[in-house]
Write a protein of this length. Structure first.
Length: 172
């Protein structure tokens, strides 16, 4: 496994790209998943979409295990949200592509997704709580949407300008 560079703001061109479906789960996809997982753990984070490492494919990894707990990675290809609850929940979200910035985001409290697992099998998952939030966050990435798109325009513009300025000053 190897670490991959994480794409960060101000590179919105890459982060806004809509990812393409994966045709099959082959050795290249599995290696990318493994590299993404290692990259996510090292960052550290709880989720990572392939577009965040510059690969516009509908792939993501998630692991909600806390420090000291056994790792429980989830490998997801071609996820599609098929149902969302009307009930909403708020979580303070962050993103490896927008480092050290956190904001409260409201999303559906429960979702159901269809996806393909690491063995190439079609699966359905019902998710609640942090897993539902994390899946929505990562699926948004695959659709060219960032979590800052769910906050006020003023806050979003402020954080984008902050990252543009840091990039110009060579701090990113």
């Amino acid at each position: 496994m190897s670490l991959l560079p994480i794409v960060t703001l101000p590179d919105e061109k890459t982060l806004r790209e809509v990812s393409k479906p994966v045709a099959s789960i082959d050795s290249h996809v599995k290696k990318l998943w493994d590299d993404m997982l290692e990259t996510m753990y090292r960052a550290p984070g709880i989720g990572l979409a392939a577009i965040q490492v510059g690969v516009p494919q509908r792939l993501l990894v998630i692991d909600l295990a806390k420090d000291g707990e056994p790792k429980t990675p989830l490998f997801v290809a071609n996820p599609e949200i098929t149902w969302m609850s009307e009930q909403q929940s708020d979580y303070e979200e962050g993103c490896l592509s927008i480092p050290e910035y956190y904001e409260m985001v409201t999303r559906p409290a429960e979702i159901r997704i269809d996806y393909v697992d690491r063995q190439g099998e079609a699966r359905t998952m019902h998710a609640t709580g942090l897993m539902a939030t994390c899946l929505q966050h990562e699926i948004d990435h695959l659709n060219g949407i960032l979590f800052i798109d769910h906050i006020s325009r003023l806050k979003r513009e402020r954080v984008v300008k902050k990252f543009q300025k840091a990039h110009k000053l060579g701090k990113l």
